[in-house]
Design a binder for this molecule. Structure first.
Ligand SMILES: Cc1ncc(COP(=O)(O)O)c(C=O)c1O
Length: 378
């Protein structure tokens, strides 16, 4: 059967695994070894290795790519895309509110002769105006992880390809709710630390690509050494078995909490597709089949101490960074005004309260949120 005909469940639970390859073990075991007998298919765990391959086959199949490369983190995935596609003298266009360290990674490449232009990304004309004769890559992240802004993926790809430019996307937030390669994207990356791992216990990254870029990504993992570990790969392999079920529950919780916030008198602005004033509803419906658990809001006339009070009133939503695991989170990003990084301040519209809904009982989350929101009552 062609991988394209497999359901998400078949891919996540079974693809790339065969018990009889592992002495009958129905779960592919952890290959905790650095070296392999040279008569085998493997050599050294900085290169291809069985636990990486299981994850790579699954993620490549989910995206419809020829193959994937698992690396040590999401930012290593972004770094490997830059290193595989760019050289000194090249120019990159990136959406300004892409994950902050992916953006900083690109900015660091200025030291090596790579220039960049940051665009807001909602209007295709911005991409058009930013293109230079030496533009080689457009790096998008849709939706962006803080304020749920989308780029028109087919339009960006059409424009880029008409000028011979590659398009890469950070698809971490959308995950199974969006298939970028079907819309023309050349390279797809994930932080596996989020939904793919799914239990807030690993750091990992994956890049899906085709042809020469895929070969280059594989080579670069060996020569730069931004490798993952067999145990982390095994945890992603395990996490992926429940990926779809988790995302459906996360989505249910996300829409329930967003509905509460949308109608709440203390909320000034909700950044979620369910918000009444969400201005990209048509694009959302066109290119996504659902929405995960990460979104944000601004409270009316709130001060720094109100946001602090809010996060400390939460009993189930934990006050912590990251997202994509089983546990619901809240995180104040410059909410109340204090934020050092000017670009980050702009990309989070001055400051926001980021919410991530995990897998807890929906009513527990609603009750917790309702209680915490009292912090904003005047
Ligand atoms: C959207 C997005 N992309 C990439 C990353 C980076 O991933 P990692 O933390 O695995 O390096 C993050 C992480 O926090 C993220 O939220």
């Amino acid at each position: 059967m062609n991988n394209k005909d497999l359901t998400i469940e078949q891919i996540c639970m079974h693809l790339g695994e065969c018990a009889m390859d592992h002495k009958g073990a129905v779960v592919t075991p952890i290959y905790q070894t650095s070296s392999y007998h040279l008569d085998s298919d493997y050599e050294y765990s900085r290169g291809p290795a069985p636990n990486f391959e299981v994850v790579e086959k699954k993620v490549a199949a989910l995206d419809g790519g020829e193959g994937a490369v698992m690396v040590g983190s999401g930012v290593a995935a972004a770094a490997s895309i830059f290193m595989a596609t760019l050289k000194a003298g090249d120019h990159v266009i990136m959406v300004q509110s892409a994950y902050v360290n992916s953006r900083k990674c690109l900015m660091h490449l200025e030291n090596f002769g790579v220039s960049y232009t940051l665009v807001h990304g909602k209007d295709i004309a911005e991409f058009e105006q930013a293109i230079r004769p030496n533009t080689k890559l457009i790096f998008i992240e849709s939706p962006t992880s803080f304020v749920c802004e989308l780029q028109d993926i087919p339009a960006v790809c059409q424009l880029a390809h008409s000028k011979g430019i590659l398009v890469a996307i950070d698809n971490t937030c959308a995950c199974i709710f969006q298939k970028p390669m079907d819309m023309g994207v050349d390279i797809v990356m994930y932080s596996a630390s989020k939904y793919l791992g799914g239990h807030a216990d690993i750091i990992g990254g994956i890049v899906v690509a085709n042809g020469a870029i895929l070969a280059k990504l594989r080579e670069l993992r060996i020569i730069f050494g931004w490798v993952s570990t067999p145990f982390n790969a095994w945890l992603v392999q395990r996490g992926m078995r429940t990926l779809k079920m988790r995302l459906m529950k996360i989505q249910e919780n996300s829409f329930a909490v967003a509905k509460l916030l949308n109608e709440h008198p203390c909320i000034e602005k909700l950044y979620h597709p369910a918000a009444d004033d969400y201005d990209q509803k048509d694009l959302f419906k066109k290119q996504m089949t659902g929405f995960g658990g990460m979104f944000s809001f601004k409270a009316k006339d709130a001060k720094e101490e109100d946001y602090e009070n809010f996060v400390h009133r939460c009993k189930i939503f934990q006050h912590a960074v990251s997202w994509g695991g089983h546990e619901s989170l809240v995180y104040s990003i410059g909410a109340g005004g204090s934020i050092a990084d000017e670009l980050l301040r702009r990309s989070v519209h001055g400051g926001i309260l980021r919410v991530y809904t995990g897998l807890e009982d929906t009513n527990d989350l609603l009750n917790d949120m309702e209680y915490a929101l009292e912090a904003f009552k005047k």
